[in-house]
Design a protein around this ligand. Structure first.
Ligand code: ARG
Length: 269
């Protein structure tokens, strides 16, 4: 995770961001600390990377890349506004003993925002940020084919804004963020798809993190919370609206260091 010490809305690169809608710094920091404490209480070990003054979106650590065992694959950010983050994230991984392997430029892709493991498979979203072609190389690096999903709604521009794999064949999903063909692909691969309403999707209900059997998500998604409980999952709600101003919530603020261990077998260095 990356403490939001320099988090601001300096530019507009997704439909949520408005420079006029300034971040309330104090509140953002409280919300971020609240998320960190929630995750820690659930047994998640949190490590921190330092935010640079020139990288206001770096707090959305999920976009740094993906971590496959002892390898870090850094993102190629689509917008120049975020490209400065690449060096900072890469430095952290080098200092922590990871090997860095890069995706062929110039294909854009944005890390765990668009590439999510689930039940031994890897799902990849493309169109708004990640390019289809970048995924060919991700497939090579992973040694397997990603299940590719085409996104359709610019408000849900990363896969992690509309899909949250929850283990055991379960996932939270906002179906209308996907093409009809990709909705079908999702149905073929998940035994239990919990569809969220547009209201909850717009509150980033799908931008959730699973910690053990607890789903951590933004506050104010009552219908989704009920559905998750009906499926036997515990829920921890934590307010994230200062981050939704920039188009992110719980999952965007977290990069998993062990998400691909199941795929790769190797642990971190
Ligand atoms: N303002 C950031 C951007 O538009 C938000 C990133 C959200 N991250 C995510 N994993 N969905 O790039």
């Amino acid at each position: 995770m990356c403490e939001p010490v320099h988090y601001r809305i300096d530019y507009e690169i997704n439909p949520w961001m408005r420079r006029a809608n300034a971040v309330r710094t104090e509140r953002a920091n409280e919300q971020w600390q609240g998320l960190r404490e929630t995750l820690t209480a659930l047994g998640v070990a949190v490590e921190l990377v330092e935010q640079g003054p020139d990288t206001p979106d770096m707090t959305f650590a999920a976009n740094a890349g993906i971590v496959i065992g002892n390898r870090f694959i850094p993102a190629n950010f689509r917008f120049p506004e975020r490209q400065l983050e690449e060096e900072r994230f890469t430095r952290w991984f080098m200092e922590h003993g990871f090997l860095t392997e890069t995706v062929h430029e110039p294909h854009y892709w944005e890390g765990e925002g668009d590439v999510l493991p689930a039940d031994g498979l890897v799902f990849a979203g493309y169109r708004f940020r990640t390019e289809f072609r970048a995924l060919d190389h991700i497939d090579e690096l992973l040694g397997r084919e990603t299940v590719r999903l085409e996104l359709t709604d610019p408000r849900f521009y990363h896969l992690d804004t509309c899909l949250a794999p929850l283990g055991a064949g379960r996932a939270l999903v906002y179906p209308r963020a996907f093409t009809a063909a990709s909705q079908k692909t999702l149905m073929e691969h998940f035994a239990t798809l919990i569809a969220v309403s547009e209201h909850d999707a717009a509150r980033f209900a799908c931008n959730a993190v699973l910690a053990g059997e607890t789903v951590v998500l933004n506050a104010g998604c009552a219908e989704t919370v009920r559905a998750l409980r009906d499926h036997g999952l515990a829920v921890a709600e934590t307010p994230m609206d200062e981050f939704i101003k920039a188009g992110g919530s719980v999952k965007c603020l977290v990069l998993m260091l062990d998400a691909f261990t199941e795929i790769d077998g190797r642990g971190r260095p």
